[in-house]
Ligand binder design. Structure first.
Ligand SMILES: [Zn+2]
Ligand SMILES: [Zn+2]
Length: 161
């Protein structure tokens, strides 16, 4: 039996066996590196997945099944795209009263004359009604018109004379 084994265990077989073992070890190490790298790129706890990947084969298969579906970069890009689309929608809206398409800097609906935006009293940019400060010149919204109103009242009080 021992003789048969030594007859079968030729240097060629021995070399092939060594090559297979080396390949498996390399594959095992590469799979761990891949799991850690992929988990890191996906923004998950890569060290946890790295420890799991130490379990030969099963660790990698488990990771492939359970890993987050999106890369961190893709996720960031997707969020950016959604934000950009929202901005686009904000830029081109509709008149609340007649539905006519209006742009962000329209102050009055060209179709039904509905007031859409406030005007900055200082720089005369169109301002969203929700804004409390002009983003173009940093004037608090309502401050300049109040001054103007005060000035108007001043002239009115002087008028009767
Ligand atoms: Zn309108
Ligand atoms: Zn302004």
């Amino acid at each position: 039996m021992g003789e048969l084994l030594s007859q079968l265990w030729t240097p060629e077989i021995q070399a092939a066996f060594t090559a297979i073992v080396v390949m498996l070890v390399v594959l095992y190490v590469l799979s761990i590196v891949w799991v850690i790298r992929d988990a890191y790129l996906r923004g998950t706890f890569w060290y946890v997945w790295g420890i799991l990947a130490l379990v030969p084969l099963i660790g990698v298969i488990a990771y492939c099944l359970l890993r987050p579906p999106l890369l961190q970069i893709d996720r960031d890009e997707q969020e950016l795209e959604v934000a950009l689309k929202q901005r686009e929608l904000m830029k081109y809206g509709e008149c609340a009263s007649c539905g006519y398409p209006v742009e962000s800097d329209y102050v009055i609906c060209p179709n039904c004359h509905q007031r859409l935006k406030n005007l900055c009293g200082a720089c005369h940019h169109a301002l969203d009604p929700a804004w409390t400060v002009c983003p173009f010149c940093a004037t608090p919204v309502g401050a300049a018109p109040r001054q103007r109103r005060a000035a108007a009242q001043h002239t009115r009080t002087q008028m009767p004379q």
